[in-house]
Each structure stands twice: as structure tokens, then as C-alpha cells.
Design a protein around this ligand. Structure first.
Ligand code: SAM
Length: 255
């Protein structure tokens, strides 16, 4: 673990008010706050979106979840929401960062019968889906929710499109894809993408993010909206073209 350089998961942890971050992460997080002070608020909105989406999906009968780019443990983790809604839910956390995975294994995947944490690179989605630890808990011939929250913007557009298409093909009819992604105007989204030093950040338009649903049926209303406003079945305001946003949506594979 190199603590001298800012790290994606730890910078985000700082914005969420967590303690799993070091001086380099805090410096980077503060530098980005100088560009856009609303980042912590947007990060919290994203976590609340995730909780609402997981609870809603459990209410729709989804019992298995794969959370890719899951990040450091925080409040209201996916398995806590899902298993509160329905005790039999199984959740696999996957992340490319080995430190994130070891934290998730120690703090989140405490019941091997229902939870697991695996190291996996989203740019190789088939390898994640084929991982024995994923296969132990997740049946791909049954509906599953795949969560890609605040991670697709670390992939270039072509890769993000390929990845979501592969996932959309691999999951059973009746499955869901949950996406949240950064998006903003040039002054904010463009500047954040240019200046962020913890990783390569891309600034996507709402149209590009809608395209990442890989042809699945977007739950609409609310469609793709600010994470804060995502509430299934309820119309949401169209995101303003100004400033920075975390856009969120959930789509279903028909059948
Ligand atoms: C901003 S955090 C998001 C955490 C959580 N999903 C959320 O929305 O609250 C992004 C996470 O994606 C992970 N990540 C970045 N690129 C990835 C990749 N190619 N494959 C898997 N995980 C990745 C980072 O390590 C980090 O933990």
C-alpha cells in the first residue's frame, strides 16, 4: 500500500467523512473541493441512491447482488441494505484495489454463506463473473443486480460501453443494472476530470451514461437523474446542464 499517493477509494472515503485515508488522499480531496465544493454532498447523495436502489430491488424479488468498484466499507453497505430488506440476499463485493478488497473481506464479508469480497478489474467483467467466489454465491441463470456505482467514469468511453454490454449479455432476464456516474459542464466536470490525480477520470454526458445501460430497459420514471432525486416510479427534474452531477439510473433486462 503506497500511502504517499492519493488513492481513488481513500479520496472518496474522505469526502464521505470516513477515517480510512492518509495525508496524500486528504490533500487531493481538498484540492478537488477547491474546484467543486459540493463533492461531499454529491458523494452522500450517491450512497443514499445506492441504498434506495438496493432496497427497491430486494422488494422486487432480487436476492443476489454483485457490487463492482464497491469501495471502502462505509455506512449502509450493500449487503446490510439487501439483507435488512430480505435476509436471504447474497452479495459479492468486487474491486480492483487489493486494500479495498481486504477491508471488505474483513468487515463486510463476515458470513461466507451470504457475502464475499473478491479482487476483480471491471475492464475484465467476464473474469469477475467467472470467479469461483462469485459463482459460489451467485447463479447467473437467475436474476441478479449488478451495481456499478461511481466506477464507470474511471473507464474510457469505449471500454465502459463494452463492459456494460458484456454484463448485460451475461445476466439472466429479469436482472438489473445499477449505474451512477459523474457528469458535469466543462467548468466543473471537465476541470475535475483534468485535475483529478488519484486516477484517470472521464466526464460523461447524460447521453453517454444512458448508453452505458447497454440497451436494457431504463426504469422510467425516474429515468437517468441526479442521484439525489432517483426514486422509482416518481418523475424527477431533468438534471441541469450546469455544474457537477452524479447521474444515476437502474435498468432491467427484459424477460
Ligand atoms: C469512488 S469509489 C465508489 C465506491 C462505491 N461504489 C460507491 O459508489 O459509493 C470507486 C471504486 O472503484 C474502484 N475501481 C476503480 N477502477 C476500477 C476497476 N477498473 N475495476 C474495479 N474497481 C475499480 C476503486 O478502487 C474504488 O474503490
Amino acid at each position: 500500500m503506497d500511502t504517499s499517493k492519493p488513492n481513488i477509494a481513500r479520496v472518496y472515503d474522505y469526502w464521505l467523512g470516513g477515517k480510512d485515508n492518509f495525508a496524500a488522499d486528504r490533500a487531493e480531496a481538498e484540492r478537488m473541493l477547491a474546484v467543486y465544493p459540493r463533492l461531499p454532498e454529491l458523494a452522500r447523495d450517491n450512497r443514499l441512491f445506492l441504498a434506495r436502489a438496493v432496497e427497491w430491488l430486494a422488494g422486487r424479488g432480487i436476492r443476489q447482488f454483485i457490487d463492482i468498484g464497491s469501495g471502502l466499507p462505509t455506512a449502509q453497505n450493500t449487503h446490510e441494505i439487501a439483507q435488512t430488506a430480505h435476509a436471504s440476499c447474497r452479495v459479492v463485493y468486487a474491486d480492483s484495489d487489493p486494500v479495498v478488497v481486504s477491508h471488505a473481506a474483513a468487515l463486510l464479508a463476515t458470513d461466507p454463506a451470504t457475502t464475499a469480497a473478491v479482487r476483480g478489474d471491471l475492464t475484465r467483467p467476464s473474469a469477475i463473473l467467472a470467479d469461483p467466489a462469485v459463482r459460489r454465491l451467485i447463479r447467473l441463470d437467475e436474476p441478479v443486480a449488478v451495481i456499478l456505482a461511481m466506477v464507470l467514469h474511471f473507464l474510457d468511453a469505449a471500454t465502459a460501453g463494452d463492459v456494460t454490454r458484456i454484463i448485460a449479455q451475461a445476466i439472466a432476464p429479469g436482472s438489473y443494472l445499477v449505474i451512477s456516474c459523474g457528469s458535469g459542464d466543462e467548468d466543473t466536470g471537465g476541470r475535475l476530470a483534468n485535475e483529478y490525480a488519484a486516477g484517470t477520470l472521464h466526464n460523461y454526458t447524460p447521453r453517454q451514461i444512458t448508453g452505458f445501460f447497454g440497451g436494457l430497459e431504463l426504469i422510467d420514471p425516474p429515468g437517468l437523474t441526479d442521484a439525489r432525486h432517483w426514486m422509482p416510479g416518481q418523475p424527477a427534474p431533468t438534471p441541469s446542464p450546469d455544474g457537477g452531477h452524479i447521474l444515476a439510473g437502474v435498468a432491467r433486462k427484459p424477460g
